[in-house]
Design a protein around this ligand. Structure first.
Ligand code: ADP
Ligand code: MG
Length: 386
């Protein structure tokens, strides 16, 4: 048993006074490449990471569903027969929202037994590693088993997305849940956001002794909602002007025509999405043909595109990327929605601490807030542990 599984078990016992029947875990994720492509029907390529959320669960003999977590000492209790997405608030909306969403996908909530659920996690919250998908996926696989449901992983991803959209009220896509549910050790999860087809792609980090450094700049995502809405609007306007349903249908070969038809800013927004889609495809192909040490240029090009064309980077993210590359990283880019948050750097394990020290020193030199830097490795998706 890992430390986390032990603390989840004792947390469950303290909260509910009995032992859990099982432990189910699900990972957080980082996006390797494919930024602001999801809502343009495009491609993304995240990986599940070796930071996990545990759901310790015990079946009950009545209709009660109780949730507690290391996050807060409260126990939230409702009847599984009366789950209402509009009545869920705070952190408990994640696990209870999943129970409700399973009902929307056919689980007979008028018959299933109640459960006690205790959540513990070492996925940092709000660092862009999707602690939210980890909690949803861990609860989804637990309840699927305890309630004898029969959903494949792709359906579970939709169920978790429904919980986050409707019960939590966060209008997210399906990338995070797909990575957490479909990830495999030392693999990335290629996702076509239009067809929802997925492909698990070996990364080869183990063979090449590589890991990803997450460089959390701790810059709050300022202007994120306004900036996000403006980027989406530009993408829609660009697609419409080009006569396309979405930017997914615009290719690199169409960019000359786009430059003539669009104003400069819209053109650059479009160029980011179109070239980023191509970079995701190129990353997957390069991994297959040449392995992980060959994807660095694509990561760096992705960052430059977000900095110059999509204009969603900040000086801290640019410095993290420049410094890690100068210190020997294979590739580096900001990850996530932008305007703050984290960068990633693909590094040989032997260089991880010197890259990390170089970035920390550069931030101090620039009088930026000290970044939080830690390594992650591509790990297995949601699973039962015991
Ligand atoms: P992230 O980028 O980490 O996914 P979100 O805002 O989407 O950030 O989700 C974070 C929220 O998920 C937290 O505010 C909390 O409500 C919930 N959450 C995440 N991990 C846990 C946990 N271990 N226990 C309870 N709630 C959690
Ligand atoms: Mg989230």
């Amino acid at each position: 048993m890992t430390d986390l599984q032990r603390t989840a078990t004792s947390g469950f016992e303290n909260a509910f006074g009995s032992e859990p029947h099982g432990l189910w875990t699900a990972p957080g994720r980082v996006n390797i490449i494919g930024e602001h492509t999801d809502y343009n029907d495009g491609f993304v390529f995240p990986m599940a990471i070796d930071r996990r959320t545990v759901a310790a669960v015990r079946r009950r003999d009545d209709d009660r569903i109780r949730v507690s977590s290391s996050f807060s000492p409260e126990i939230v209790e409702v009847s599984v027969r009366a789950l209402d997405p509009d009545a869920l608030h705070g952190w408990s909306a994640y696990p209870l929202g999943v129970a409700w969403a399973l009902g929307q996908f056919g689980a007979p909530l008028q018959e299933v037994p109640g459960v006690d659920i205790y959540i513990d996690s070492d996925v940092p919250v709000g660092a862009g590693l999707s602690s939210s998908a980890a909690i949803e996926a861990s609860v989804a696989v637990a309840l699927t088993e305890i309630w004898h449901l029969d959903h494949d992983r792709r359906t579970l991803a939709k169920i978790c997305q429904l919980a986050e959209n409707r019960a939590v009220g966060a209008p997210t896509g399906i990338m995070d849940q797909s990575a957490s549910l479909l990830g495999q050790r030392d693999c990335g999860v290629f996702l076509d956001c239009r067809s929802l087809e997925t492909d698990v792609i070996p990364l080869g980090f183990e063979e090449h002794d590589l890991e990803l450094l997450v460089i959390d700049t701790r810059v709050e995502h300022a202007h994120v909602s306004g900036g996000y809405a403006a980027r989406r609007a530009s993408c829609e306007a660009g697609a419409a002007a080009l006569g396309a349903d979405s930017l997914r249908d615009v290719t690199v070969g169409d960019l000359d025509r786009a430059r003539e038809l669009l104003d400069d800013e819209t053109f650059r927004r479009v160029r980011h999405v179109v070239t980023e889609n191509q970079r995701v495809l190129d990353t997957v192909r390069t991994l297959r043909e040449h392995g992980p040490t060959s994807i660095g240029e694509l990561l760096v090009a992705s960052h430059a595109s977000m900095r110059d064309d999509f204009e969603i980077s900040v000086p801290e993210l640019d410095l993290a990327v420049e410094t890690s590359m100068a210190a020997g990283a294979i590739g580096s880019r900001m990850t996530g929605g932008g305007f703050g948050g984290a960068a990633i750097a693909l590094v040989p394990v032997a260089l991880a601490s010197s890259v990390s020290e170089a970035v920390t020193a550069a931030f101090a030199e620039a009088s930026f807030t000290a970044p939080t830097i830690f390594p992650v490795r591509p790990a297995a998706g949601a699973t039962r542990e015991s």
